[in-house]
Design a protein around this ligand. Structure first.
Ligand SMILES: Cc1cc2nc3c(=O)[nH]c(=O)nc-3n(C[C@H](O)[C@H](O)[C@H](O)COP(=O)(O)OP(=O)(O)OC[C@H]3O[C@@H](n4cnc5c(N)ncnc54)[C@H](O)[C@@H]3O)c2cc1C
Ligand code: FES
Length: 272
């Protein structure tokens, strides 16, 4: 659905990372993991809309958290309270459509870099359903970490490449520690092929860059009890399934559109 929203607030919350609250003007219904496609400028320069995960949402508002990278995100920083903002959404499938969490599920949420922007809403959603989860956020360094205080309130633990916040190293290292504490003998588990009827008990929801997915997979591949659903942030054109610019290759040889068939896929099915 197309919305003409109004910017409520637009502030820098970390190094080159901004948070924008938008009043949607009409009812906005979304689920965690979905995104909106924003027309950053009335002058159509840049021409293409820019996709951003829904950081948080309510009946009449949506929040995005964005890193300033190029022309589009720079233009967004110039928006002031009261300015109009045209966007399409909510788009894509939700984490909770990929796997329906229940009270028996052990859930681990991982956000890496600006991928963390798609995980906060999920953590809030699970908390509202009283479903327990472990929450991990990683970034290069503390100044690059998204919205630390609000993530902390949801019990988030952190990893930074330089050790300036939380565990030093990648989120995959923190994941390995968490799994070791949740699954006895995690490190010495038998290989997938040796297990006759694999059944996963721990579900990881992750959003971040592809190298992060590869590192996560290297950890979770050791154990068939763990399943990963990952939200991909490929370059997008139309955002609605028409242009094929966002496809990822699947292991069965198919190509799937991140914007329409995803953004969330079973990590075992995607060629990384
Ligand atoms: C589904 C989805 C959700 C996203 N959610 C968020 C979010 O919540 N917060 C956020 O900060 N960003 C998010 N992104 C990435 C964001 O859309 C891009 O950073 C933004 O479009 C860049 O626009 P720009 O005009 O500023 O930069 P451009 O001028 O288009 O590009 C500037 C630089 O950014 C790189 N870049 C552009 N798009 C991407 C991308 N998709 N992935 C990696 N690098 C890119 C380019 O290679 C270039 O180096 C998301 C992307 C997708 C597909
Ligand atoms: S962005 Fe056009 S098909 Fe996905």
């Amino acid at each position: 659905m197309n919305y003409t929203g109004k910017v409520k607030t637009n502030i820098e919350i970390a190094e080159n990372i901004w948070k924008m609250d938008i009043s949607t003007g009409k009812v906005f219904r979304s689920l965690p993991g979905q995104f909106i496609n924003v027309l950053v400028n009335d002058s159509y320069e840049p021409f293409l809309r820019r996709p951003f995960s829904i950081f948080d949402a309510a009946k009449n508002s949506v929040t995005i958290v964005y890193k300033v990278l190029g022309q589009g995100t720079k233009a967004l920083t110039e928006k002031a309270p009261g300015d109009k903002l045209d966007f399409i959404g909510p788009l894509g499938k939700s984490y909770v459509e990929s796997y329906i969490p229940n009270h028996k599920s052990q859930i681990i949420i991982i956000g890496g870099g600006t991928g963390a922007a798609s995980t906060y809403y999920l953590a809030k959603y699970l908390r509202s359903k009283k479903i327990k989860f472990t929450f991990i956020q990683g970034a290069r360094c503390k100044p690059q970490m998204v919205a630390i205080p609000v993530f902390r309130k949801l019990g988030c633990i952190f990893a930074t490449d330089d050790g300036s916040l939380g565990r030093k190293g990648f989120v995959s290292g923190l994941l390995e520690e968490v799994l070791a504490s949740q699954i006895p003998n995690h490190k010495s588990q038998t290989k997938k092929s040796e297990i006759r009827n694999p059944k996963y008990e721990i579900v990881v929801f992750a959003c971040g860059p592809k190298p992060m997915f590869r590192a996560i997979k290297a950890v979770t591949d050791k154990n068939d009890k763990v399943k990963v659903f990952a939200s991909f942030e490929e370059y997008m054109g139309c955002g609605i399934g028409a242009c094929l610019s966002c496809v990822v290759e699947m292991k069965n040889g198919e190509y799937k559109r991140v914007c329409k068939d995803g953004t969330i896929f079973d990590l075992d099915e995607v060629v990384l």
